[in-house]
Design a protein around this ligand. Structure first.
Ligand SMILES: C[S@@+](CC[C@H](N)C(=O)[O-])C[C@H]1O[C@@H](n2cnc3c(N)ncnc32)[C@H](O)[C@@H]1O
Length: 208
């Protein structure tokens, strides 16, 4: 599984973006040998499980330039780094409570020349508000997550979707999302082929 998977699913990438996506794998291989940010067994399917999965958000919404996005619990930079490559005019703040993961985020962003990425070491609850969207993957259940970030949003939206949360989640979410009647689930399988995506969704919850 290589970077062609990304090029096939996003055929309009510029040469610069293609180069950045191609360089992601060797960069993460290098960093992962020093600091474990991606499970080693997943490195074989890095472009599918991490990069393409993160980019499902971009099939749900095309962020407009100057949109501000917070990636909560980004770990080594997912979904924030692939989205930042895809939307160079959009500002991304990637936060994680583990400092060494944020070191990897900032090193990868610098190596790729991603001037639209800021990595912050800290807790999501404490980040200064002012975002249009919060993106996330594999951090916690929606109820505590919502409480961490519900005051982080700009009141007005200029995108095609109202400001809110875009969360990559899997499994049976009926119970978890029962208290969020406005939640919309978009199956990722509608965008990408592959067994990995069969039970996964982009969950969108408007906030405010
Ligand atoms: C399972 S990892 C997922 C990392 C990344 N989103 C991904 O999908 O590869 C969960 C991450 O959330 C971070 N985290 C948990 N609670 C947090 C909080 N309150 N604020 C910031 N980061 C948090 C952890 O440090 C960890 O790196």
């Amino acid at each position: 599984m290589n970077v062609d998977l990304i090029f096939e699913n996003f055929p309009d990438l510029s040469d610069k973006q293609k180069d950045q996506f191609t360089r992601l794998l060797p960069l993460y291989e290098e960093w992962n040998s020093q600091i474990n940010v991606i499970s080693r067994k997943d490195m074989d399917s890095f472009y599918e499980r991490h990069v393409l999965h993160s980019m499902a958000i971009a099939k749900t919404i095309q962020f407009k330039p100057k949109t501000r996005i917070l990636d909560v619990g980004t770990g080594g930079g997912f979904p924030g780094i692939p989205l930042a490559i895809l939307f160079p005019q959009v500002e991304f703040v990637l936060v994680d409570s583990i400092g060494k993961k944020i070191k990897v985020v900032n090193e990868v962003a610098e190596a790729l020349g991603l001037e639209n990425v800021t990595g912050i070491h800290g807790r999501a609850e404490k980040v200064k508000p002012g975002f249009d969207f919060v993106v996330s993957r594999a951090v916690t259940r929606m109820s505590p997550f919502y409480n961490w970030i519900k005051r982080h949003f700009n009141p007005k939206s200029f995108n095609d979707l109202k400001n809110g949360i875009l969360y990559l989640k899997g499994g049976d979410l009926k119970e978890e999302l029962a208290e969020f009647p406005k939640a919309k689930l978009q199956p990722i399988q509608a965008y990408f082929e592959g067994e990995f995506f069969e039970t996964k969704f982009v969950v969108y919850i408007p906030v405010g």
